[in-house]
Ligand binder design. Sequence first.
Ligand SMILES: C[S@@+](CC[C@H](N)C(=O)[O-])C[C@H]1O[C@@H](n2cnc3c(N)ncnc32)[C@H](O)[C@@H]1O
Length: 267
Amino acid sequence: MPIPFRATPECPAPSRRLGAALLAQGVITTAAPGEPELELLCGPEGLTLVARPASGPALALNIDLAGGTRGYRHARAGRSREDLVRALGRLPKDSQVVDASAGLGRDALVLAARGFEVVAIERNPVLAALLRDAMERASGHPALRASLARVSLVQADVRDWLSGDDRIFDAAVFDPMFPPRRKDAEVKKEMRVLHRLLGADPDPDAPETLKALLGRVRRCVVVKRPLHAPAIGGLQPARTLRGRSTRFDVYLPDGVGGQPSGRSGAG
Ligand SMILES: C[S@@+](CC[C@H](N)C(=O)[O-])C[C@H]1O[C@@H](n2cnc3c(N)ncnc32)[C@H](O)[C@@H]1O
């Protein structure tokens, strides 16, 4: 079902162009009057996805790459204190890293801040447009400009994209959605909007995506999981790094040290 779209006169030209592209693809449609459950708006802040739950206030998702914890993570990443960066091991700067689940762009920016060249891939077209819009806005931010220049955003399914590109990358990171387990109110607002957009079981094909990535990296694929979630598709990682609420499962491509993924039980 196309998502209703509404733009105010203050909608900036680049955001308007992204809206027009989504309209042309039939992903969104011109809004009818009323307050739909999910709506894409364009106002002075660019693109915002609004979810209106049956009860409680409306939730808005406007990706801000420079503000709040994101700016903080970006600054930390340059000093390699991010668990995601640590899980990747000693990768030299300029390494080519695929972010196979670009989402809100947080991890892609952290990787770029570390000096990696990042191909950030997001299959949901509305989310990819929200992220492209945010990257455009943030590119004027002096602290982020250099990092953003190292991120190429692609709207595609990773598996389709890999089949059309024969490069071998140094590493990949993958952070698939998992069905909401905690009570709705405890889950962060922006994740609640994402769940509305992507549905109840958004990434059931995560094991296939992981296997596709493993065939295309030299060093490793790092998969982000909730601390106590099972490993993706029962595939056992070669090693695991545990953060406060997130676990980083590190998979090695066959033939690179350790045990091949799917057959060992470390972690
Ligand atoms: C939890 S979010 C990722 C959040 C992201 N790591 C961040 O830092 O903001 C998961 C995203 O991965 C995307 N995704 C999952 N499987 C994918 C695939 N095979 N190809 C492209 N995108 C995928 C989903 O559409 C979803 O937007």
